[in-house]
Design a binder for this molecule. Structure first.
Ligand code: KMH
Ligand code: ZN
Length: 270
């Protein structure tokens, strides 16, 4: 089995310091949290930027500052979000891709997202995939619903997405696919052979789905974007604390954890 790639999704676009006081929001806080996660065993940082007021922004300049600050501390893979917040325009969402990061997310379909709609029409998907391909940015295909896997296959057929695809199953978002073990099993059965995949279980689904992935040869995403708690009713102290738990579980079942350079090889980034 390949070594385990752990992604830390530090901030997201929806969580606030009011509900998770340890949420990193400034570029310095994000870089510090990224470094702590790197030391704990993460090899990818999934980044969402915030403006000076703490609101989500897709500003090229803010992502640039965050990327440079993280890269000054360690060689972890920096993966900006192109999902942003539900109210960002496609043009805003695409801005961090212009930094030519090694990876960026590519959401492959529209779904309900809490009380909002997360819009990803074919037009958006094709535009985003094309730009990532032009700039040599590896997409992490975000899958919130089963049909999104088919949309990714369509992008491959159109020559806009290279194989092997790397999927991220984001399961348990209110309004989209739940995060039960059966849901994850079904997703895995539907992806093309040779694909790599990771799972981001939302809320209470985070740890059980991570455990499944560890034993099945998938990879794991944890962090405040997906889950702010360590256990029922107990807020996590830091993103790194959530990474540390995954490293401990992996060790217990004999799955080695990948360094950033090992993750680069597994994901064909080098
Ligand atoms: N914040 C969500 C609306 C991504 O990062 O690519 C979208 C999201 C996906 O978080
Ligand atoms: Zn995200």
């Amino acid at each position: 089995m390949e070594k385990l790639i752990i992604t830390a999704a530090l901030t997201g676009a929806e969580v606030t310091k009011d509900i998770q006081p340890n949420l990193p929001v400034t570029p310095d806080e994000i870089a510090e949290a990224a470094y702590a996660c790197y030391k704990a065993g993460a090899s990818i940082i999934h980044v969402h930027a915030r403006d000076e007021k703490g609101n989500p922004t897709q500003s090229y300049e803010v992502y640039k500052e965050i990327k440079e600050k993280i890269e000054a501390k360690c060689n972890i893979i920096v993966q900006p979000s192109t999902g942003g917040a539900t109210w960002h325009t496609p043009e805003e969402r695409l801005q961090p891709v212009e930094l030519k990061p090694e990876m960026a997310t590519l959401s492959c379909g529209t779904c309900n997202f809490g009380n909002e709609v997360f819009m990803n029409s074919s037009e958006y998907m094709e535009k985003f995939a094309k730009r990532m391909q032009e700039l040599g940015v590896k997409p992490e295909v975000e899958v919130f619903e089963r049909g999104m896997i088919e949309n990714a296959k369509t992008l491959v057929k159109k020559g806009l997405l290279n194989t092997p695809i790397h999927f991220d199953f984001v399961l348990g978002v209110p309004g989209a696919c739940p995060g039960t073990p059966e849901d994850l099993m079904h997703m895995i059965h539907c992806i093309p052979q040779g694909s790599t995949w990771t799972v981001a279980g939302i809320g209470r689904a985070e740890t059980p789905l991570a455990m499944m992935s560890i034993v099945m040869g998938g990879h794991v995403r944890v962090g405040f974007e997906d889950n702010i708690y360590y256990s029922k009713g107990v807020l996590a102290e830091s993103n790194a604390q959530l990474v540390e738990r995954i490293v401990r579980i992996a060790k217990e079942v004999g799955r080695e954890v990948a360094t950033p350079d090992e993750a680069r090889k597994i994901l064909n980034l080098v």
